[in-house]
Design a binder for this molecule. Structure first.
Ligand code: FAD
Length: 287
């Protein structure tokens, strides 16, 4: 199933998950066990990251996306980055996706890796989108950044670049995580004014331990509302309380987003079935 069709039902909010492949040093079965539990929650689709744990685990994206779709009966989306790939390498990966019946791709530029010379066949995600669109056969999603991409000149330039990705053929967008809903609403306004009319899913990451928040915020630059920082400070030395507060904060964000008519919620599950279940239980009747 092409996931863009999920957004045609305007009376329901799409609810999706993201998972990542384990490092090469861990057996793939470790994630398979978690996937059984995560898929049992029946999200609308699950996306699988690409290369985030190092280039060596890239073909695991296809294996995991295939498992989710073909064995566990949940639609999957395979992430694919292009900055370190030639056209021939992208062609080979697309063929692998086709063989595994994968129909949906989140097309990304990816980050530059220090010491690795980029291939330069694709400079931006929009070029990958256009390339795959021309070949046909896949539904294409793109990434977006409510608080602006870290390399962008400013938020306006970023949204104008985002428009290029949509014009190239991305029919659905998934946002970077954020903790301040008002930043997301301001971004939505900019995007709609720029003529971006495709569905945009809000990326929500439940923060459940302190090192996770420090790592994520330094990587993606999400701003932290005072309310959020107070919660982190109060519970930083009580892991269970911090986990529960992180879940409650994410649920509160989601309730507000749904009430404001968001197209979809994309939950960064961090491969944690407990957290995915707690949040699904709290919001499923609201979707
Ligand atoms: P682009 O859309 O190409 O944008 C990158 C920068 O270039 C932006 O600053 C943009 O404003 C600018 N730009 C775009 N087009 C133009 C143009 N025509 N002219 C001038 N400037 C332009 N990384 C991974 O490695 N693996 C993953 O699985 C992964 N999954 C992700 C999922 C989501 C939902 C998100 C939000 C991010 C994900 N990332 C992943 C991170 C992503 O690869 C990085 O954020 C990367 O730096 C940018 O990728 P992009 O596809 O957004 O790039």
């Amino acid at each position: 199933m092409k996931i863009t069709s999920l957004f045609e039902n305007k009376t329901r909010t799409v609810f999706s998950f993201e998972v990542f492949p384990p490092k090469k040093s861990s057996p793939i079965e470790t994630v398979f066990r978690k996937l059984d539990e995560i898929c049992a929650l029946k999200p609308d689709f699950i996306s699988v990251t690409y290369g985030a744990g190092g280039s060596e685990n890239r073909n695991r994206t296809c294996e995991i996306a295939s498992r989710i779709k073909n064995d566990l009966g949940v639609e999957s989306v395979a992430h694919l980055t292009c900055v370190n790939s030639s056209k021939a390498e992208i062609d080979a990966i697309l063929e692998e996706f086709r063989q595994h019946n994968i129909e949906n791709i989140l097309a990304l530029r990816g980050d530059y890796v220090q010491g690795v010379e980029p291939k330069r066949d694709f400079l931006y995600a929009s070029e990958l989108v256009a390339y795959i669109r021309e070949k046909g056969g896949f539904d294409l999603a793109g990434a977006c950044y409510p608080e602006g991409h870290v390399e962008a000149e400013d938020e306006i330039a970023d949204v104008l670049n985002l428009r290029k990705k949509v014009d190239a053929g991305a029919t659905h967008l998934i946002s970077q995580l954020f903790f301040d809903n008002s930043a997301y609403y301001r971004f939505l306004e900019r995007a709609r004014i720029a003529g971006i009319n495709v569905p945009i899913e809000a990326g929500i990451m439940p923060v459940t331990n302190k090192s996770q928040i420090e790592r994520m915020v330094s990587l993606c630059g999400a701003s932290l509302p005072a309310k959020f920082s107070k919660i982190m400070q109060r519970y930083e030395s009580r892991p269970e309380a911090l986990r529960d507060a992180g879940i409650a904060y994410a649920v509160e964000q989601i309730v507000d987003l749904i009430a404001n008519g968001v197209d979809g919620i994309h939950l960064y599950t961090m491969n944690n079935p407990y957290i995915a279940r707690k949040i699904t239980e709290a919001v499923s009747s609201l979707l």
